[in-house]
Each structure stands twice: as C-alpha cells, then as structure tokens.
Design a protein. Structure first.
Length: 227
C-alpha cells in the first residue's frame, strides 16, 4: 500500500523552567493508507507532541513531515487548508463543543471550508448515523451524552471534511474497555473499508490488536515493533 505519511528525523524540544525537554528526538516513521499504525508509549514519552507535529499544531525544530508527497513543514504549504481538510483529529477528552448538538459539532468543520448548509446537514447526518448516533440523539447537546457517544460524535467530526489522515490521541483513554473496543473497531474500519491512514497514539497495550504496524515510543525516541 501507498505511504501516506513519512516522518524523517523529526525533533521537537520545549524550553521549560527546568531546562530543555526534547519531547520528540530524531523520530522517523511511516504510515500507510488503508492501515492502522499504533504508537505505544508511557505518559510523557512524546506521543502527543509527535501527533501535533503531524497535524501541524506544532512545528518541528528539525526534520521533514511528508504527507502524500508534500512536506507540511515548508513555508509554502497551506496549513489552514491542511488542518481543516486533510487531517482529522480524535482526542482522549473528545474536545467537542459541549453547548452544541452532535449535529452542530459535525457541521462546524464543514462550515469552515464553505460547504453549503444543506449539504453540511445531509453529510453530518450520514456520518453520525454511520457512527450509530441516530436522529434524536443527533439533535442533543453533547454534554448530555455518554463517553462512548461523545467519542463517536468526535470521530464523525474528524471525518467531516473527508480527510486522508486520521490522528487519534489516546482515543480510548476516557472510556471503559467495552466502549473503547467499539471505538477502536470503528478506527480499524475507517482504515480497512474507507482506506484512511489511521495513526493511534496510546499507552494502552490492548490497542496493539488493531495495529497493522506498531512502534514503541520512549523518551522521545521511536522504534518499530513486531505485531
Ligand atoms: N508545550 C509544552 N511545553 C513544555 N513541555 C512540553 C510541552 N508539551 C509537551 N511537553 C513535554 O514533552 C514531553 C512529552 O510530552 P507529550 O508529548 O505530552 O507526551 P505523551 O503524550 O506521551 O504523554 C513531556 O516531558 C512534556 O512535559
Ligand atoms: Mg499525550
């Protein structure tokens, strides 16, 4: 399968009062379309920073991040378009707008790229239904929902603009194990059936079962492991 994401020797350090922390230290990896890549590591190992670099929410100090042949670290890359249209994020704490309904959370990213209103609603409804969120629940505020429902709404939101790349940061971290398993199954299906490139970072060893490829991260360094 085709390489979707290629990271070459990427480093990111933060200056803190206690000194400099190298959160991501010379990391190289690749991830493919239609496959699930899992990065396992303990808290503080640099997983979130790595995912933020790939999502262009942080800039690397050195190295290259190539997504579908384009180096997203080059100044001419349209990062707004990239963040809104080519990459979808799924977070541990869902990061939904709790005062808005499920439907509104999913239409929002489409609104940002100028999708017509009726098309927004049609598409959001289809995505939510696919995630098992039916009509009545679609019109509920997300703060009334269970963790599993929130994460399924969040996945529908991540898919709003049909990105090639799905980045999930501890997607089961706030869910019980049965609900977490449902969420992992959905992410696997997005890779296998929809051909998305899915990258999951987690400390949860159980997610390895979903992996086509896996890496272990420790102190900012990454190495491939067998799955
Ligand atoms: N914005 C930041 N400023 C300072 N230090 C940070 C920042 N983000 C992360 N770090 C540090 O980088 C290291 C890796 O953090 P993180 O990427 O959040 O790891 P993980 O997601 O694996 O828990 C930690 O030591 C953390 O304290
Ligand atoms: Mg983290």
């Amino acid at each position: 399968m085709q390489d979707m994401l290629e990271i070459k020797d990427v480093t990111k350090a933060f200056k803190t009062r206690a000194g400099e922390v190298t959160a991501v230290d010379g990391v190289s990896m690749r991830a493919r379309k239609g496959e699930v890549t899992v990065i396992l590591g303990p808290s503080g190992s640099g997983k979130t920073t790595l995912l933020y670099l790939v999502g262009s929410l942080e800039r690397p100090d050195a190295g290259e991040i190539v997504v579908f042949g384009e180096d997203i670290c080059r100044p001419e890359t349209d990062l707004v378009q990239y963040r809104r249209g080519r990459v979808g994020f799924v977070f541990q704490f869902f990061n939904l707008l709790s005062a808005l309904t499920a439907m509104e959370n999913v239409t929002l990213p489409m609104d940002l790229v100028g999708v017509p209103a009726d098309e927004q609603r049609r598409r959001a409804s289809e995505l939510l239904e696919r995630m098992g969120i039916e009509g009545r629940v679609q019109r509920m505020r997300t703060n009334k929902m269970s963790g599993g429902e929130k994460q399924r709404v969040a996945i529908a939101r991540a898919l709003a603009n049909d990105p090639d790349l799905i980045l999930a940061d501890e997607p089961t971290g706030n869910l019980d194990s049965a609900t977490g398993a449902v969420v992992v199954d959905i992410l696997v299906e997005l890779a296998r059936r929809d051909g998305k490139c899915v990258v999951i970072v987690t400390h949860d060893e159980g997610i390895l079962r979903a992996a086509d490829w896996a890496y272990r991260m420790e102190d900012g360094k990454l190495r491939g492991i067998e799955v």
